[in-house]
Design a binder for this molecule. Structure first.
Ligand code: NDP
Length: 242
């Protein structure tokens, strides 16, 4: 019963791949893809599908988020937002065996956790509206296996990714928390690890192409139901431990 979807960071990488894959699903009525600068998003602009709406939003800025919510709210009306995909994220490398680069470390948390919380709360009323109209709504937080404490790769884990991993572990806690707290409003939340993907962040050395990751993820996200609330999955729809 997929209808209206909002996806952050839709202009490149995994977000752009998800836009292309989600539009293959004819149950998607409207797909709002956010970008910080529409004029600098040529690949997103080149997608020709009347269901795609490009919305400018900087997840670090409350007034920008409010403007995007207002625009999307006017477009969806009482049907609300059925799925919110928080994909926008950053990876700032921080050497933990040297004096800590506070700004770099904080940037991982500002975007990956704090901005995601601000965006998600701003869309809560539209998610509630969708839950009222059709029974449920879904938040998907694009996390990372690097944010799983139990799956930590031990001494092999890249130490300069520690601040990023910590931010994704914190994001996972947010997923779990709202999956419980917002259940009464009909809103579910699930964390997803996209795999190691060839993007600006993942680099060309990564295992998966954007298409390999996002074709599976788009399909999985549209199938999420009550049984997947408060859980963590990889792009193959395999459950991961926190
Ligand atoms: P990219 O670096 O290729 O793209 C990041 C996206 O996030 C861009 O659209 C970027 O917009 C957007 N973004 C960053 N900061 C903000 C902000 N403050 N406000 C709005 N948008 C913002 O990364 P990927 O596509 O690889 O990653 C997407 C998600 O997947 C991230 O959450 C990442 O942590 C996660 N992930 C990626 C993996 C990989 O191997 N690639 C592995 C595990 C998780 P702009 O173009 O304006 O900068």
């Amino acid at each position: 019963m997929v209808k209206n979807i909002v996806l952050t960071g839709g202009n490149r990488g995994i977000g752009l791949g998800l836009v292309k894959e989600l539009l293959k699903n004819d149950k998607v009525d409207k797909l709002f893809a956010t970008t910080r600068d529409a004029a600098k998003s040529p690949e997103l602009q080149s997608i020709s599908d009347p269901r795609l709406v490009i919305v400018e939003m900087n997840a670090d800025c409350d007034s920008s988020i409010a403007k995007a919510v207002e625009q999307i709210g006017k477009s969806v009306g009482a049907s609300g937002v059925d799925i919110l995909i928080n994909n926008a994220g950053v990876l700032y490398a921080v050497d933990i065996n040297a004096p800590i680069d506070r700004k770099g470390a904080a940037k991982n948390f500002e975007v990956n956790c704090v901005a995601t919380m601000a965006v998600t709360f701003a869309f809560k009323d539209l998610l509630k509206a969708a839950a009222k109209a059709s029974g449920s709504a879904q938040v998907v937080n694009i996390s990372s296996e690097l944010g799983s404490i139990s799956l930590t790769w031990g001494p092999c884990a890249p130490r300069h990714f520690t601040a990023y991993s910590m931010s994704k572990a914190a994001l996972n806690m947010y997923t779990k928390t709202i999956s419980m707290d917002w259940k009464a409003d009909g809103i579910r939340a699930t964390s997803v690890h996209p795999g190691w993907v060839k993007t600006d962040m993942g680099t060309d050395a990564a295992d998966l192409t954007v298409e390999e990751s996002t074709s599976n993820m788009a399909d999985m996200i549209c199938k999420f139901g009550e049984a997947n609330n408060g859980l963590f999955y990889n792009w193959k729809f395999e459950p991961l431990t926190w």
